[in-house]
Design a protein around this ligand. Sequence first.
Ligand code: SAM
Ligand code: SF4
Length: 332
Amino acid sequence: MNPTLTDSFGRNINYLRLSLTDRCDLRCFYCMSEHMVFLPKKDLLSLEELGSVADAFIARGVRKIRLTGGEPLVRKDFLTLVEHLSEHLNAGRLDEITLTTNATQLHRFAEPLKNLGVKRINISLDSLDPLAFNRITRGGNLTRVLEGIDAGIAAGLKLKINTVALKNDNAEDIPDMVAWAHERGMDMTLIEVMPMGDTGEDRFDQFIPLSEIRDNLERKWALHDTAETTGGPARYVQITETGGRLGFISPLSKNFCAGCNRVRVTCTGKLFMCLGHGAHVDLRQAIRVGGAEALDQALDRAMINKPEHHDFAIKKSGNTSGTTRHMSVTGG
Ligand code: SAM
Ligand code: SF4
């Protein structure tokens, strides 16, 4: 058996985020431009090819796979891929299959996903106010998302709410959102907006450091830092009054890269070693031309290229450093 994947800084890569599509039924203003041009379908990996990519990573020791996008639940027949991954789960080769979704389609898929062994799902939700939700997502229907969340809870899935903190759109409402999530037994994670892709809006107008949000929450509740990590970027607190857990992902104000255990594959098969860097290896070319062996060799090439840290920064208008790739392309 080939060795597990370790990068040149000694970090063991055991977590893959696999994007199923760059398409989405929402247009969150910090994620996409209003008239986003999507990739031609022929450029996407087929579901079988996505399965082969997953197989290659699992053979090299990846234990957790998160399906993402774009919106993973809008990829036609995506459950066939989950079925394939489920076989790895049942055979003990994989510890977890999970997803990140906007939940607009979750009312249809919560039950089948649970039946295929999915236990936990992250749901992105940036407002509980129907009008603000509609504005942030450029047209989304909050009721549909709440139905999806109810369906997920009813199916017995453990849900976590992810909320991007937006200076002018939800910063003041975050305490109410935390209370709402914790009342329903859902953990929540707050995320700083990252400078990824041109969305037609100035990042400086969107960004608020999570330290400010935390100060605001501490005026209301007692927040206790916990030592717990998931190998990922979030730092967690326990809130005494709500009894729930709250995570903070602060890529801009606190660099989180030292313990990074993950890589991302786009829906076109580009393997990105870091959300904040352009270096990538083309797995589609490897599979289509060289098959499983070439794919495996491509993983080794990628490990050499994983950078030590991202270089994101958001400064005064026009002075922001980030990536030209949208989050919906890389897979969040
Ligand atoms: N459509 C799914 C969803 O919204 O959950 C999955 C893909 S989405 C790109 C994954 C996550 O990335 C979401 O939580 C979203 O809020 C976050 N995201 C998108 N653009 C971002 C940005 N520029 N900065 C920070 N988070 C971003
Ligand atoms: Fe779609 Fe998710 Fe991006 Fe919103 S954050 S536009 S739901 S991909």
